[in-house]
Design a protein around this ligand. Structure first.
Ligand code: HEM
Length: 503
């Protein structure tokens, strides 16, 4: 039986809905344009209240009602939500140039030196030049090869750590985060800085980047962000990283701004900071001026873009393997055939031997647990027609790749972890298959794919080569919690606590 108040509540709620409906019609009159479907919105805040703490999930629920291309209004800003492979392809391939800019959002602007990182720079010459520094110099296949020794040594340190704690409960998330952080630190800065609280700051930074700040969309409500302390937190974290990076640069330059210890170092010994400072020096005689904020922004970006994402993809992969002993066994069989009893699996081993199941496990894990579920927001620079709808210039765009990679029209049993679905087909993560886009696609796609996947495959192969994992207190694998964190990258909310044994 319904409680007696329910009728009153229902009547009030219906009246409120009618008011909202008519207010929306009055405040937001329909134009002649053929806009995509939009959910009902509230005056002033629009659809902001519908995003919740897990926007990829809330947007999925809305898309199921309103369609794979829908137009939300965050405050007064139009935000296009693409939730199908077809919509993603139209935006990131057919109209890639038009949708290749990024919105100027307050938190990312504070953190990125005013849009000087590649990820948050608006489309244009600055973005083009700085992205080419990544593609041609810092993240080229030659440079990814150059950091092979770092990946191998750090992977061995990780397996040693686990070996030293056999039989005890360990925080595997922490171990994997240290691995990702140490590999990035050594590749970018030349040495490890894991002793400080950099890792904690990193989590806070990626969490802040995923927050929808009200002030971006409704300037009159920016006091809400101030009360939440958002901008203050962003400024504080920016300062911490800026001082840290400035110290690293200062250590490399003498009083005249000349690089110290520069002579006699081979290419292989150079880290990303060396390469950037050299690049800055070379460009000094040309029209291209590389400002020190650009150098700092790119160093910060390699850190942020590289650490949390690589850690996240590894953490979910090993979580799913522990939950699926059949898959774990099959993967162990493959890597043991590669390793042949030698102490470790190397990148050369992986190059020389086929490892289709390892690749399939990584893909399947990123399909189910897309590390950056909504990609990085884009913005259109001109009017465009997408799937027959008119989209105005200046529209922000979110692509729900998390929802696309669980689309039952594309994937059989989409909620199940089945790496076999990636065997016997050529579906890859390089941005050509729009049903599976963990690294995005088109001009704004991720330049760090090879760097990230080299580490993920090596680390996962070595983890399962030597160890079996079980849940503490004889816990059943089905009970392993799968709660997600919040932020731009979605990792496990709770650390993965396991007991490792040798096999
Ligand atoms: C598993 C690891 C990684 C994942 C899942 C990942 C994912 C992504 C995604 C989804 C985007 C946005 C693409 C778009 O908007 O279409 C992106 C952009 C970017 N990523 Fe990655 N990434 C990873 C590793 C890395 C690494 C290791 C680096 C560099 C060290 C890196 C550097 C960047 C940069 C600079 C951009 C901005 C590109 C632009 O705006 O033009 N990423 N990444």
């Amino acid at each position: 039986m319904l409680p007696s108040l329910s009728l009153e509540v229902l009547v009030s709620f219906s009246i409120l809905l009618v008011i909202i409906h008519f207010t929306s019609i009055y405040l937001y009159p329909k134009t002649n344009k053929n806009s995509p479907p939009s959910p009902l919105r509230l005056p002033i805040i629009g659809n902001l209240h519908q995003l919740g703490s897990a926007p990829h999930r809330s947007l999925k629920a809305l898309a199921q009602k309103h369609g794979s291309l829908m137009l939300l209004h965050l405050g007064s800003a139009p935000v296009l939500i693409a939730s199908s492979a077809e919509a993603a392809q139209e935006i990131m391939k057919t109209h890639d140039v038009i949708f290749s800019s990024r919105p100027n959002l307050n938190i990312s602007s504070i953190i990125s030196y005013g849009g000087k990182t590649v990820s948050f720079a608006p489309y244009g010459d600055y973005w083009r030049q700085s992205k080419s520094i990544y593609v041609l110099h810092l993240l080229s296949s030659k440079k990814v090869q150059m950091f092979r020794r770092v990946r191998q040594e750090e992977t061995n340190i990780m397996t040693d750590k686990i070996r030293n704690t056999l039989g005890s409960v360990i925080d595997l998330s922490d171990i994997l985060m240290s691995l990702a952080n140490d590999v990035i630190c050594r590749s970018v800065l030349g040495k490890k800085y894991s002793e400080g609280t950099l890792v904690e700051h990193m989590s806070e930074l990626t969490e802040l980047l995923g927050v929808f700040s009200v002030g971006n969309y409704v300037p009159s409500l920016s006091w809400v962000d101030r009360v939440r302390g958002l901008e203050a937190r962003a400024r504080k974290i920016h300062k911490v990283f800026d001082e840290f990076i400035q110290n690293v640069i200062d250590e490399r330059l003498d009083r005249n701004g000349k690089m110290v210890n520069d002579e006699g170092r081979s290419e292989g010994e150079k880290d990303v900071v060396d390469m950037l400072l050299e690049f800055q020096k070379e460009q000094a005689n040309t029209d291209v001026i590389v400002h020190s904020d650009t150098i700092k922004a790119l160093i910060l970006e390699m850190f942020v873009a590289g650490t949390d994402t690589s850690f996240t993809s590894l953490e979910w992969a090993i979580t799913e393997l522990i939950r699926h002993p059949r898959v774990m066994k099959k993967l162990q069989q493959e890597v043991r055939e590669i390793g042949q009893g030698r102490p470790e699996i190397t990148e050369e081993d992986l190059e020389n031997m086929q490892h289709p199941y390892l690749k399939a496990v990584m893909k399947e894990s990123m399909r189910l647990h897309t590390p950056v579920p909504l990609l990085i927001p884009r913005e259109s620079t001109q009017d465009a027609k997408v799937m027959g709808y008119d989209i105005g210039a200046g529209t922000q765009v979110l692509i729900n790749v998390w929802m696309i990679s669980r689309d039952p029209a594309i994937w059989e049993e989409p909620e199940e972890f089945k790496p076999e679905r990636f065997l016997n087909n050529d579906i890859d993560y390089k941005g050509l298959h729009f049903e599976f886009l963990p690294f995005g696609a088109g001009r704004r796609g991720c330049p760090g794919i090879d760097f990230a996947m080299a580490l993920s495959k090596l680390a996962l192969a070595n983890l399962v080569y030597r160890f079996d994992f079980k849940i503490p207190n004889d816990g059943r694998v089905e009970e392993l919690d799968m709660v997600e964190s919040t932020g731009i990258t979605i990792h496990r909310k709770n650390p993965l606590m396991v007991i490792a044994t040798t096999c």
